[in-house]
Ligand binder design. Sequence first.
Ligand code: DP6
Length: 360
Amino acid sequence: MTEKDFLPLPYKTLPAEGKITWKAPSNIALVKYWGKKKDQIPANPSISFTLDACATTTTVSFSKKEDTESFSFDVIFEGNRKDEFKPKILTFFERIEAYVPFLRTYHFNIETSNSFPHSSGIASSASGMAALSLCLMDIEKQMNAGMSEDFFKRKASFLARLGSGSACRSIEGDLIQWGGHEKIAGSSDLYGIKYPHEVNPVFKNFHDTILLVHKGEKQVSSTAGHNLMHGHPFATERFAQAHDNLDRLEHIFRDGDLKQFIKIVESEALTLHAMMMTSMPYFILMKPDTLHIIHKIWKFRESTKTPICFTLDAGANVHVLYPESVKEKAIQFIQNELVVHCENGHYICDRIGNGARRLI
Ligand code: DP6
């Protein structure tokens, strides 16, 4: 599908008002998206586990307004008006307007809340943009009753990408791939797809315990981070490596090869941070506790042969990944040895999930 396929035909009916609620999860990338081109096109393909507990719930109330010249909306975050969120949503509206041309027809009241604590260092842009896109698609669906379920989800992912790249991987579960890849049929730079190849059951019930090492605001926004890949000395190699890693994952997912899975996932996390450390300007987002945790995971894995590994976002927090079969052992280890490295001892137990759902 191309961008043009997401342009709607003229709407037949425009409802006067309405209200819609969607809950969309966060996701954790295994092969990382880091670097983008114009219009939120990723520089390399990525793949992620959709999460379950970490999610954003968004209610959009809409009512027709007189003037259709400008956008009109209010944002309420966890019960309080948040005007500082408006510029990001305005940019989003400007980017998606051609695809959802009803945006200037209504005043929108956007009420949103996260299941995870604010300033936990967990990015809410993926789940937030996914939830908002699903609400907007639900409104469009009211104007086009014949819309298929597949198209609904695909266009929601397409819109979400224009809000925040990784958000396009937060519509469905449980393993989502985004970005054109030669060997992944149906893959696209424009939206995420369910990973189309065989996946061993061992990867169907993975856990992700998120260790909140540092809860402050991000030192570098992800958009600024992505931009540092322009002219980065290792960019070409890195983008090629992401393609290779997705290639290698095909057999790993099929065979349930946890050993090789761990190698790719940890290497991807460290490569992401290596890219940040070798860009100009350079920066380090890991904290001493991040490194302590990584070393403890390696030691525990070596001595107990437990298939447990880590991945990182663009921050200091550590995502500890392990299959259901070692859950008890992993949780014991996390509580005994890793929680001490978390800010105020805080961590979140999450697991692979099935994607967004409509609440009302
Ligand atoms: C490190 O999706 O937050 O989490 O498209 O600028 O909104 P924008 O970036 P964003 O970048 C996520 C980067 C990452 C890796 C990943 O999720 O693939």
